[in-house]
Design a protein around this ligand. Structure first.
Ligand SMILES: [Zn+2]
Length: 269
């Protein structure tokens, strides 16, 4: 079944890789993964687009948790997996890096040929006028309006999210767009929300230019990422994967490396 003896050989043979990355790439940077080795949820499923857009209470709870959680994401730094892929790009080996992560750590490591499939957590988007603002700027405003919440630290408790869930969010103030008064949302694709069509199309065009697919740190349980592997398989492009545990695409994968991403990609550094 396996046509390549090692990942190194796979990467050497295919010089225009379409790289698809997921949460496993960022876990060593301290950003938690949502799923276990069987692809099942480790914790409560994240907020859906429908709940966020439809319920004020959900938005208060989301932003209260985000007020505390943003500090950890903001201080995260790239790890050797990000650096290895940036190095591969620098040597001309990457057609496109499509990431399902919203943390921008690939760009921080120096990758430029990146599409953020699910958006970016460092920006806030107005659902009324489409204005984008930096998350840091928004954080300052959230903090000013909710000074009493800043002393809380969800990360200090072993089950911080649950602790915070029992809090009363009715007093939490959520700022609106300064330009139009519209509702603000993180500039990321929520569960239940569609990835913008032009973003999918652009990535798909690169996929067709690539000669193979390399999946790094993703179980591909989310269809928006998985479909790229389906398209690659239909086009006869081989795929290799680095992932701890099963992936939804195991049936399409010619080479699977069950190692931490930074270990499996160490040969690139
Ligand atoms: Zn607006």
């Amino acid at each position: 079944m396996t046509q390549w003896s090692s990942l190194e050989e796979f990467v050497e043979r295919h010089r225009r890789l379409f790289v698809l990355t997921g949460a496993g790439c960022s876990t060593s940077s301290g950003i938690p993964d949502y799923r276990d080795a069987d692809g099942q949820w480790k914790r409560r499923q994240p907020v859906t687009y429908q709940a966020f857009m439809g319920e004020e209470a959900t938005r208060r709870r989301y932003w209260a948790r985000s007020l505390l959680g943003w500090r950890r994401i903001r201080s995260a730094r790239p790890n050797d997996a990000h650096r290895a892929l940036a190095r591969l790009e620098a040597t001309g080996g990457i057609e496109l890096l499509l990431t399902q992560n919203v943390d921008r750590l690939h760009q921080a490591a120096g990758s430029a040929r990146v599409v953020d499939l699910h958006g970016r957590i460092d920006r806030v988007r107005c659902m009324g006028c489409e204005h984008r603002a930096g998350r840091d700027e928004f954080q300052d405003e959230l903090g000013r309006l909710n000074a009493g919440w800043l002393g809380l630290d969800a990360a200090d408790a072993p089950d911080g999210d649950a602790d915070l869930d029992s809090a009363d969010f009715s007093s939490f103030a959520v700022p609106s767009c300064r330009r139009c008064g519209g509702m603000l949302k993180p500039d990321v694709v929520f569960f239940g929300e569609n990835v913008p069509r032009d973003r999918v199309d652009a990535a798909q065009r690169h996929l067709m230019q690539a000669d193979a697919v390399l999946i790094v740190g993703s179980s591909l349980m989310v269809y928006s990422g998985y479909r790229f592997v389906q398209w690659a398989a239909s086009a006869g492009k081989p795929a290799a994967a680095v992932n701890l545990g099963r992936t939804r695409a195991d049936g399409h994968i010619a080479l699977k490396v069950e190692q931490a991403c930074e270990e499996a990609l160490a040969f690139l550094l």
